[in-house]
Design a protein around this ligand. Structure first.
Ligand SMILES: [Ca+2]
Ligand SMILES: [Ca+2]
Length: 504
């Protein structure tokens, strides 16, 4: 009897702690999952929700606190960015009940779930477009669905002809059979609100990733206005939901988008080969380059959650960006310094094991490599499926693997949330080494980074500090020695350390 009571109390405590983790701060370690390529539960060659559910223990083990699912709604394409029904799950992925179970299994593990919400356009096969097109073909201009899209009788850039008619429809993503919705139409807005309510309440997701927000309207101001409306509508339904927008543009324009009140916009200028992270690693004065980019980002985004990432389903992967196919240390260090940006860092599935992929889109979205006998099938059109590093299970066994390093990053940040929630002040910046102060109103720490991959770095700091955590590349540790109110920090090559004042 007593034993059972204890286990009930223990279970309650566990539930409360998980609840506390999922609540409050929206900053976290996010993991982007392409369901198609992640894990296939029934052997039909297509990854699915039940496959993903079976891998949640792994995602939790890695320390990710949230997952972003690329579109899961019914769609004729493998990538599903052209939706035919906003209130269901694509049958290849499973059912709404599978989705509800996925969300509840995530929540039980302290993992939040956001889904791709694609409302700039629909599929041409969506019933709204089909009904509008049929009416136009019969010369009936009164059908209300015609107003859901932007039809006109002249062609031009961004317009496609409606087959066998003199009508053209707006299509910003040409050739994809993806007609743009008329987001100024109040009926369309009512539909979007209904869609958000369904996923936030009925399915209990924790927010959305908004696709292609710069294509919403013809001007930035127009898109921002629409985003403000969308954000208010979503937060009225679920006040703590998290929304992140895809504005693939410059820091200056991204900064304008934050005026909408949307929590985050992906920090595209940090990503890819020309982005802050990769260019800093390659720069002659890497620490200076990194700190400059970090401070400029915070200045441009004084409020709102920064959302840095290295690559996603539309870009090359980190190992390719860095030419690090046989240079795991460089790949680790890139993940390390990316994660020393504040905010919500997004990691694309497979980045944690150093997957490669470039060229045509399907190559960037190939199957997750779990083990030699368990490689998820690539999507149609993939021309290269090769893997530079071992699979998940092998890397889990290896303390020095990229996977183990990525896991240590997440654990370090979970133990020191100020890294995610704080803002930055440069304490010392030299050519290849920097010390940053990361602070919130009630917490602070120092982040020290050695960008030199050959030589250790030594830094003298005023005050007594202790090592609060570190990310070491090859089992070489940082050390701090304090005497007479001064601390001498030694960082190994590519070392990253967190320091706290000894009084804390
Ligand atoms: Ca399947
Ligand atoms: Ca549009």
């Amino acid at each position: 009897m007593k034993k059972r009571l204890w286990s009930v109390i223990l279970a309650l405590c566990l539930m409360l702690s998980v609840f506390a983790l999922g609540e409050g701060a929206k900053e976290g370690m996010w993991y982007e999952v392409f369901v198609y390529s992640y894990s296939d539960s029934d052997g039909d060659g297509i990854g699915d929700l039940r496959g993903l559910i079976s891998k949640l223990d792994y995602i939790q083990y890695m320390g990710y606190t949230g997952i972003w699912l690329m579109p899961v709604m019914p769609s004729p394409s493998y990538h599903k960015y052209d939706v035919t029904d906003y209130f269901d799950i694509d049958p290849a992925y499973g059912t709404l009940d599978d989705m509800r179970e996925l969300v509840s299994e995530c929540h039980a593990r302290g993992i939040r779930v956001i889904i791709d919400l694609v409302v700039n356009h629909t599929s041409t096969r969506h019933k709204w477009f089909q009904l509008a097109a049929t009416s136009l073909r019969f010369g009936n201009l009164t059908n209300k669905y015609i107003g859901y899209y932007n039809f006109r009788q002249t062609g031009g850039s961004g317009y496609a002809r409606l087959d066998n008619t003199g009508w053209f429809y707006e299509e910003q993503f040409s050739g994809g059979n993806m007609p743009d919705l008329n987001l100024e139409n109040p009926d369309v807005k009512r539909q979007i609100e209904k869609i958000m309510r369904f996923w936030l309440t009925d399915v209990d997701v924790d927010g959305f990733r908004l696709d292609a927000v710069t294509s919403y309207m013809s001007t930035t101001a127009g898109s921002i206005e629409f985003l403000s409306w969308l954000n208010d509508a979503a937060k009225a339904i679920k006040p703590d939901c998290y929304i992140v927008g895809e504005a693939w543009t410059s820091l200056g324009v991204i900064s304008e988008y934050y005026q909408s009140g949307v929590d985050s916009f992906f920090l595209f200028p940090a990503s890819q080969a020309e982005g802050y992270i990769v260019t800093s690693i390659k720069a002659a004065a890497p620490a200076e380059s990194y700190v400059k980019a970090l401070l400029a980002t915070e200045q441009a985004i004084p409020e709102g959650i920064i959302a840095p990432f290295l690559g996603n389903h539309d870009t090359g992967r980190t190992v390719g960006l860095l030419q690090a196919r046989s240079d795991p240390d460089k790949a680790k260090f890139a993940e390390g310094i990316l994660n020393m940006f504040p905010g919500s860092v997004f990691t694309y599935y497979g980045e944690e094991i150093g997957m490669v992929g470039s060229g045509v889109d399907p190559n960037k979205r190939i199957g997750m490599y779990w083990a030699d006998g368990e490689i998820t099938t690539p999507p149609p059109g993939a021309t290269r499926t090769e893997y530079a590093y071992p699979g998940v299970y092998e890397q889990m066994e290896d303390e020095n693997s990229l996977l183990s390093y990525c896991r240590r990053i997440n654990l370090l940040k979970a133990a020191n949330p100020v890294v995610m929630q704080g803002r930055t002040e440069a304490v010392q910046v030299e050519k290849t080494c920097c010390v940053l102060r990361r602070f919130t109103e009630d917490d602070e720490c120092l982040i020290a980074i050695n960008f030199d991959r050959e030589n250790p770095a030594s830094v003298s700091l005023t005050g007594a500090y202790t090592l609060a955590g570190e990310l070491e590349i090859a089992q070489e540790s940082a050390s701090v020695e304090t005497a007479d109110g001064t601390s001498l920090l030694t960082l190994p090559p590519y070392g990253i350390a967190l320091l706290r004042t000894t009084e804390n």
